[in-house]
Design a protein around this ligand. Sequence first.
Ligand code: NAP
Length: 460
Amino acid sequence: MSIESINPYNNEVLTTFEEFSNDQVDALIGRAYAAYQQWRRTEFPKRAELLKRVAAEMRAKRDDLARLSTLEMGKKFGESKGELALSAKIIEYYAENGERFLSPQKIDVKYGEAEIHHEPIGPLLGVMPWNFPYYQVVRFAAPNLMAGNVVLIKHASNVPQTAIAIGQLFRTAGALDGLYTNLVLRGSKVERIIEDPRIVGVSLTGSVEAGRAIAAKAGEKLKKVVLELGGSDPFIVLDDANIDKAVGYAVFSRMLNTGQQCTAAKRFIVSESVSDKFLKAFSEKLLSLQPGDPMEEKTSLAPVCSEAHAKKLVEQIDGAVSSGAKVVIGGKRLDRPGAFIEPTILTNVKPDSQAYKEEFFGPVALYFTAKDEEDAIRLANDSPFGLGGAVFTEDLARGKRVAEQIESGMVFVNHPTLSSPELPFGGVKNSGFGRELSALGITEFVNKKLVRLATVNDPL
Ligand code: NAP
């Protein structure tokens, strides 16, 4: 079956690719395995040099690369450029800090010496989503390559050109054949790769459904797995918050990448006393967004990633409404070609409805009012997800107290959840397990090996 690259702005098919055959995949895993034998012995400074060349190449080609991902998944061109700048920063961060993060750690012992060494473990499979098609890949690839592993990437089927372009960056930078391998495949072929004994671990960024399938297969084969899954992040506005700033960040966080961000604010939980003011300003700002070509700077509302995704979002909205939710604004497709959805706010979402528990991966905000701080925390935690979250209050001690009670992998006070190379990224509950970025991200797929030195005369 062929893999299509389609522009969601006008639903035009840009190009198609044939999926790799099983024989091709097996040969590529063989090359990755051979590359690993060499790369694991390559000194850190040499690994860092390669990564820095990849980052430089990414910066030099920024506009061409940004155009490609915008064409394939509809993100605003300016956001694509921003994503590439962040991706290059992440690569450089690991090039500069990887050796330090992985240096041996001494353990206090009564006699002799004991150290934890961080050794690479082998070829890893990364299964990646389309929403930040450069950033998601480098978040996985850069630390693992710096650690001495090699990577094979199964990118999302709707961004095949972007996936190929990333592989090309590594080739241009002079990467060893097999160090970074792009696999043109559908998700249905992933389990077969996990079964291959040469693959030692798998990292997925994607949906809960894909997470369950991949973790089940990895469990069967006893392979390490990291899961970065969906979220339904709370955005809590307490009664003492700066409402103007909170509204600005609410729009930013819900609408970045047309709402297709795992850590987007998805559930707005606003104190009763400030709710009317917040909801009015939030609605007005969302209604003022201008749909258009994501390549044009004046566009403030881009399409979602595909026609199928737009349909799914409308089905979710309709499902919420049929179970009692009320539409404050939006709720429908825009009357124009392409995968456009009206920015939408839903209230009255019932706790026993499906909408209350599921992720809306697009420009749809679920809106709740909270009686007080305790009620806001209760609502925030009443979710199967636990990825990020934000709390707005002018009292930082209060913000910290609330943040400590939120069940999620990341909480930001007075800022929306954001990603930066030095900040650990990941979730709890159905949002997955394991961490990416920061010093934590580079130790997920390494053997934390104890080396214990003693003389034969030392006591046992
Ligand atoms: P998705 O459908 O799960 O796809 C993600 C990747 O998994 C794609 O490469 C896909 O391949 C593959 N895949 C899908 N089903 C699979 C299966 N049963 N077995 C093996 N591989 C499978 O997710 P998406 O719709 O692209 O991405 C949106 C989801 O990702 C949202 O839930 C979002 O919150 C989450 N996300 C999480 C993070 C995070 O860091 N926590 C970051 C970004 C996105 P095909 O494209 O070939 O189907």
